[in-house]
Design a protein around this ligand. Structure first.
Ligand code: ATP
Length: 225
C-alpha cells in the first residue's frame, strides 16, 4: 500500500526505560502491516500507571533518539517529556490533532498488555474519536484485541464492538475510530527484562540496539553501583 507524508501516522508511546527491539519491531511491523507513512515514538514524561522510571526523562529521550536514528520512517516526539504534567495519551492526541488537523488518520499502536489496561486510562473512551487503535500480540498476554470473553473487560469489549477491523485499507479512509488487531513476530523482550539483566551484571546485547546499549554503559544506567 503506498504511503505519503499525509498518510496514516503511527503513534507508539511508552516509558522506554529503556527502548528495546520489541518496541522497534512493533513500530516497524505496524508500519508495514498497516500502511503507515511513519511512526512517531513518544516517550512518556511522568507515566501515570507505573512507578517512576529508573532513568531520567532526558536519558529515555536520548535513547529513543538513538534507536530511531537512521530510520527515516521513525520520528521522536518529545512533547510528553517537555510537558510539566502527567503523560496522558488523550492530551497528547489532542495536541497532535491541533498540529496535524482533524483529517489525518492517526493510529495509536499498543501491545496486547497495554490494550487490556485501556479502561484505566484517563478519558479513555475519548481516544476512539481521536485515533484508530492497532493492537499487537505480545508473549505472555492473551491475543491482541480479538473479542475474548473474560480477557477484555466488559466495558472495553462493549466499546470495541463495531469498531474491530482486520482490513488495514480502512485506516486511510477515516481519521479515527477503528480497533485493528495485527500480528507481529512474537518477541518476549521487555524493558524490565533488560533492566534486570543489567542490574544483575549480565549482558543485554541483541535485545536492544547497540547504540542504546553504548549509551547505557556510558551513562552508567541500570547497573548496580
Ligand atoms: P516494562 O517492562 O518496563 O513494563 P515494556 O517493555 O512493557 O516496559 P513500555 O515502554 O511500557 O515497555 O511499552 C510501550 C508499548 O510497547 C506498550 O504498548 C507495550 O505493550 C509495547 N511493547 C513493549 N514491548 C513489546 C513486545 N516485546 N511486544 C509487543 N509489544 C511490546
Amino acid at each position: 500500500m503506498p504511503t505519503t507524508e499525509a498518510g496514516p501516522l503511527g503513534l507508539l508511546g511508552g516509558t522506554f526505560d529503556p527502548i528495546h527491539l520489541g518496541h522497534l519491531r512493533l513500530a516497524e511491523e505496524a508500519r508495514e502491516a498497516l500502511g503507515l507513512a511513519r511512526v512517531r515514538l513518544i516517550p512518556a514524561g511522568q507515566p501515570p500507571h507505573r512507578d517512576t522510571p529508573l532513568s531520567s526523562s532526558a536519558d529515555r529521550l536520548a535513547m529513543a533518539r538513538l534507536a530511531a536514528a537512521g530510520n527515516p520512517a521513525l520520528e521522536v516526539d518529545d512533547g510528553e517529556i517537555r510537558a510539566a504534567t502527567r503523560s496522558y495519551t488523550v492530551l497528547t492526541l489532542e495536541r497532535l490533532r491541533a498540529e496535524l488537523g482533524p483529517e489525518r488518520p492517526l493510529v495509536l499502536i499498543l501491545g496486547a498488555d497495554a490494550f487490556q489496561g485501556l479502561p484505566t486510562w484517563h478519558r479513555w473512551q475519548e481516544l476512539f474519536a481521536l485515533t484508530h487503535i492497532a493492537v499487537a500480540n505480545r508473549p505472555g498476554y492473551a491475543p491482541h484485541g480479538r473479542r475474548w470473553p473474560g480477557v477484555l473487560s466488559p466495558e472495553l469489549d462493549e466499546t470495541c464492538a463495531g469498531r474491530m477491523s482486520t482490513d488495514p485499507a480502512r485506516i486511510a479512509a477515516a481519521p479515527a475510530g477503528l480497533v485493528i488487531p495485527f500480528d507481529m513476530t512474537p518477541l518476549d523482550i521487555s524493558a524490565s527484562l533488560v533492566r534486570d539483566l543489567l542490574a544483575g551484571g549480565h549482558s543485554a546485547r541483541y535485545l536492544l540496539p547497540d547504540s542504546v546499549l553504548d549509551y547505557i554503559g556510558l551513562h552508567h544506567l541500570y547497573r548496580p553501583n
